[in-house]
Design a protein around this ligand. Structure first.
Ligand SMILES: NC(=O)c1ccc[n+]([C@@H]2O[C@H](COP(=O)([O-])OP(=O)(O)OC[C@H]3O[C@@H](n4cnc5c(N)ncnc54)[C@H](OP(=O)(O)O)[C@@H]3O)[C@@H](O)[C@H]2O)c1
Length: 311
């Protein structure tokens, strides 16, 4: 699994154990729902685990399974010989937790959700303090952690050598998807996918609002049709990528923007008929109409990307 684990040059490793089967110790700061799930996965896989949480009582379930709880973040980090994993609420809580903590020679893996700029700033911050740094965006919910069949994974970006050295350990709770040495790219991928998901949730919400008054409509059957349709149409992401890549926004267009803009009027009229406020759809409909009005009705959706960018 870890091609580099035998020849890595880990300046931080003070546990050069004589037992080659020994698992890398993990230090985990933050024991909310996600932290507990991560900790359980490492314990189940035999990794020695040291934990800290602001509210100490929350360490109980993990200490019962063999983790060692310590009183302060400084104590946890000082004892760390493997990755120091942060799974806290937000970037501000990372600052608060690591304030004044000596990070020299440590490998910091931040799984706290943040923005790309926060990820980059945190990487610079860690580097100034003598630590190697990886930022991560978790594409899973706690019940998926430690269960590879669920398909959960983490986007990582930042120090590639750190990732390769600890790949085997990081693969225990969820799959590893490295997206580059720019420490902001894990958050960028994470938030881009979650933002697209938010649009999908808005669409699903609108669709159920449309059918809700129809008491003889089978909701489960409708949900199945809806999920299948969204799956089929998600292929449009590749079409968009190809158009943006080539710069030819009419490339491969099967449903042009002018047609879609007209169909959108039917969507809004249907919403009104069904007593549904179309406000979840209207912002995007407006952007499509704006592009058509600019004279680009033969294009696909690629031109709308530039319309919502501010530079
Ligand atoms: N849960 C999910 O489905 C999910 C999925 C993907 C990513 N994530 C990300 O994973 C991270 C953790 O999520 P979670 O579900 O574990 O959240 P959570 O259950 O709300 O736990 C938050 C954790 O942050 C700690 N914390 C909050 N403010 C703090 C501060 N100022 N100083 C020190 N510690 C502080 C909390 O400590 P206390 O116990 O003392 O309050 C707790 O350990 C978040 O960034 C979240 O976006 C979560």
């Amino acid at each position: 699994m870890n091609a580099n684990s035998t020849d890595s040059t880990d300046s931080t490793s003070d546990t050069s154990t004589t037992d080659s089967s020994a698992k890398t110790p993990v230090t985990l700061l933050g024991l909310g729902d996600m932290g507990i799930a991560l900790g359980r996965a490492w314990l189940a896989a035999g990794h020695p685990l040291t934990v800290w949480n602001r509210t100490p009582e929350k360490a109980g379930p993990l200490t019962a399974e063999g983790a060692r709880a310590v009183a302060t973040p400084a104590e946890a980090v000082a004892a760390a010989s493997g990755p120091v994993v942060l799974c806290l609420l937000d970037d501000a809580s990372v600052s608060e937790t690591l304030e004044g903590v000596d990070l020299r020679g440590k490998d910091v893996v931040n799984l706290t959700t943040n923005t790309p700029a926060e990820g980059r700033r945190r990487a610079a911050w860690a580097s100034e303090r003598g630590a190697r740094f990886l930022d991560g965006g978790i594409m899973a919910v706690p019940p998926m952690i430690g269960i590879p069949e669920t398909g959960g994974y983490v986007f990582y970006s930042g120090d590639r050598a750190l990732l390769e050295q600890h790949r085997e350990t990081l693969e225990v709770p969820a799959g590893v998807t490295f997206v580059g040495e720019d420490a902001g790219h894990a958050a960028l991928h994470d938030i881009a996918l979650l933002s697209a998901m938010t649009g999908m949730f808005a669409g699903i919400t609108h669709a159920f609002a449309l059918v809700e008054p129809e008491k003889d409509l089978d909701r489960a059957r409708f949900a199945g049709l809806l999920a299948e349709w969204l799956g089929i149409m998600s292929g449009s992401a590749q079409d968009l990528a190809a158009q943006l890549e080539s710069g030819d926004y009419e490339e491969g267009v099967v449903s042009n923007l002018a047609m879609m803009a007209t169909a959108n009027e039917t969507f809004v009229a249907t919403a009104r008929e069904q007593s549904v406020d179309p406000r979840l759809l209207v912002p995007f409909i407006d952007v499509m109409r704006q592009r058509v009005d600019q004279g680009y009705g033969d294009e696909g959706l690629a031109g709308t990307v530039g319309l919502i960018r501010s530079e």
